[in-house]
Structure formats: C-alpha cells, structure tokens
Design a protein. Structure first.
Length: 211
C-alpha cells in the first residue's frame, strides 16, 4: 500500500516503557497491511558519536555539552542516511527515540530547560508527523528494567527518570508545534500495543485524507 508521502513517527518515553517491543509490533502490524515501513533506533551504532553515547551508559555521563553534541552528530547521520531517504520512498518511518528524548534527558541535567534543546534540534532535523509518548511511572519502569537486564545504566536512577518523565508531560502540555499522543504504558504490553496501533492507524487515515 503506497502513501502519498512518507510519514515520520517517533515513539518516546523513559527507559522501561516497552518502546522497543511496541515499535517492533508496529512494524509487524503495518507490514502485514502492506505498508512500506522502516524502523530506526537512536542513538545509532553506526557513528563514533553513537558508540560514545552507548559507552557512556555504563561508564558514566560526560558533560552535558559534550553529550548533546554527540546526539546531534549521531542524529545528523541517521537523518541523512536513514530517515530522509526512507521518507523520500514514501515509507512510514518509525523511530525508537528521537529529539524529544534528547530534550528531556539532557534537559533534566540543565535545570529542566528543554526548550532550547528542542529548538536546536528542530532547526536541523525534520519534525515528526506524530510523536507517541508511552507514559509509565518511573517506579514501575525501574522494576521492569531490573527484571529484564542484568545491569542498569547511568540514565536510570529513580529521581532522574521521574524528572525526565515530568519533562515529557510538560512538553505535551506546553509545546505548540508537535502532534502528540500519550499512551498509558502501565497496562499489559499487549493492550499497550493495541492502543498504540489503533492511534497510529487513526493518524494514517486522517493524514491520507488531508494529503
């Protein structure tokens, strides 16, 4: 099934919300309906900057200016090599994290100041047509992380994740540019997947009608 133009969907939220499983399920369900779909995850493992970010997960955070620079560098590669070419092919592009995560995770280290980080990213990178926020209480998220992983990373302290979650919710309330859908991620995973897929299909239908 060919769209009139590509659609960019970002799936966001704190660690432990099930984003990766949700993104995979969206890919499978949309592909079954014969849509052309591409999935990309940030940070990538294709650039030196992306590898440094992943390394910092376990070795410790660097200065926020350095960390933000790595995200920008890695995202430039992702946009140029993955996202824009896939959109040009009229695919549904689903991102497992994008610049809203950067605004919230780095903003939480910058006195909760997410606006300038979001503005910087928007000046360089394409805006998602739809941003899905999977919302989960950080206590539940950390319990899930503990069950699924042998080691947590430096991004996953309770107080920090609580702060990051609040910034996601603040962006939904205050941002006037993005198109947001918030999903209750505390339900059983299959229900979260169904809710997310339903909202994505509603958006695709309305997008095609308006194109």
């Amino acid at each position: 099934m060919e769209l009139s133009e590509g659609i960019l969907i970002a799936v966001e939220g704190i660690d432990g919300t099930g984003k990766t499983s949700i993104v995979k399920s969206l890919y499978d369900k949309l592909s079954e309906l014969c849509y052309q779909v591409a999935v990309f995850k940030e940070p990538t493992n294709e650039t030196e900057a992306g590898k440094k970010i992943r390394q910092s997960y376990v070795e410790g955070r660097v200065a926020i200016e350095v960390e933000l620079g790595w995200f920008i560098e890695d995202r430039k590669w992702d946009v140029e090599n993955n996202i824009l070419p896939s959109l040009a092919e009229k695919k549904i592009v689903i991102l497992d994290r994008y610049f809203f995560s950067t605004a919230c995770y780095q903003g939480a280290r910058k006195n909760n100041e997410w606006e300038s980080i979001l503005k910087l990213n928007r000046s360089i990178f394409p805006e998602p047509n739809l941003t899905i926020i999977i919302d989960v209480d950080p206590k539940i998220a950390i319990e899930r992380i503990a069950k699924e992983r042998k080691e947590s990373n430096t991004f996953e302290g309770l107080a920090y994740l609580d702060n990051v979650r609040e910034l996601f919710l603040e962006i939904i309330e205050e941002d006037t540019i993005g198109t947001f859908v918030i999903i209750d991620g505390e339900k059983p995973l299959e229900e979260v997947i169904t809710d997310t897929f339903t909202r994505v299909m509603q958006f695709i239908y309305s997008f095609e009608e308006s194109s």
